[in-house]
Design a protein around this ligand. Structure first.
Ligand SMILES: [Zn+2]
Length: 246
């Protein structure tokens, strides 16, 4: 937004939502009230500019939109489906992937939250159903960001190309192991042509990324939402970076 004091408000609203869980509707109410105040008090504080009136627009203007896509999955076998698959039943488990339309229509008509699962307070301009743009609501969804998409986003940021090549300029001291770049795996791992991946032919002039995959899992818990569940974090790391930014 071109007006700095409006930008401050947008950041504040986004912060209130992410840190203090102010709902989408409450954020919209706040934005619309401020919009009304700015338009009615003398001084034309908004000039000819429009001020966002929903949290989704705020996220969009601040570039805080999600980087992942939402896919429906089977709630029994967890198979992932895409819209182009054309499935409405899991072919293995024979269960519906989507909730019935009638219940949704009933909910819309009478604003009844039968299962208590519709408290995400979605905005009127914010897509629907967890961002999955379809008329159908999946029983269970999965957010997914492909590694290739994440790497593309990463490398388009300013300074990233230099940062992933910076290890090539590190002085190597024999016998000192201060980084993954000093160790044997980095020095000896082979590329598809059988030569050293990081030191072989063409390696100096290309961006060659070393990725590691980490998995951490947390203990089983029980809650009112299910008999048991556990949580896991799966993360990729670009090992090319220096230790302090990796
Ligand atoms: Zn299934």
């Amino acid at each position: 937004h071109p007006l700095p004091y409006i930008r401050c408000i947008l950041v504040l609203v986004a912060y209130l939502h992410t840190k203090h869980h102010l709902s989408f509707r409450a954020c919209a109410l706040l934005l619309q009230a401020l919009n009304f105040v700015f338009r009615t008090i003398p001084g034309k504080l908004l000039g000819n500019q429009e001020m966002p009136r929903t949290l989704v627009t705020v996220f969009s203007q601040l570039g805080l939109s999600d980087k992942f896509k939402i896919y429906p999955i089977c709630y029994l076998c967890n198979r992932i489906f895409t819209e182009s698959d054309g499935f409405s039943l899991c072919p293995t488990c024979k269960v519906d992937l989507y909730r019935s339309q009638s219940r949704r229509l009933f909910n819309r008509l009478f604003a009844v939250d039968v299962l208590g699962d519709n408290d995400d307070d979605s905005d009127s301009d914010g897509g629907d159903d967890f961002g999955y743009r379809s008329n159908r609501t999946a029983h269970l969804v999965q957010p997914i960001q492909l590694l290739s998409d994440a790497l593309r986003d990463l490398l388009t940021r300013p300074g990233m190309v230099d940062a992933v090549n910076a290890w090539k300029r590190r002085p190597i001291v024999a016998g000192e192991l201060k980084s993954i770049h000093d160790a044997n795996v980095w020095k000896t791992i082979q590329g598809p042509d059988g030569t050293s991946f990081f030191f072989g032919r063409g390696a100096r002039d290309e961006i060659r990324l070393g990725l590691s995959l980490s998995l951490d899992w947390f203990g089983k818990k029980t809650s009112s939402y299910g008999p048991s569940h556990s949580s896991g974090a799966l993360s990729f790391c670009v090992q090319n970076f220096e230790n302090e930014i990796r």
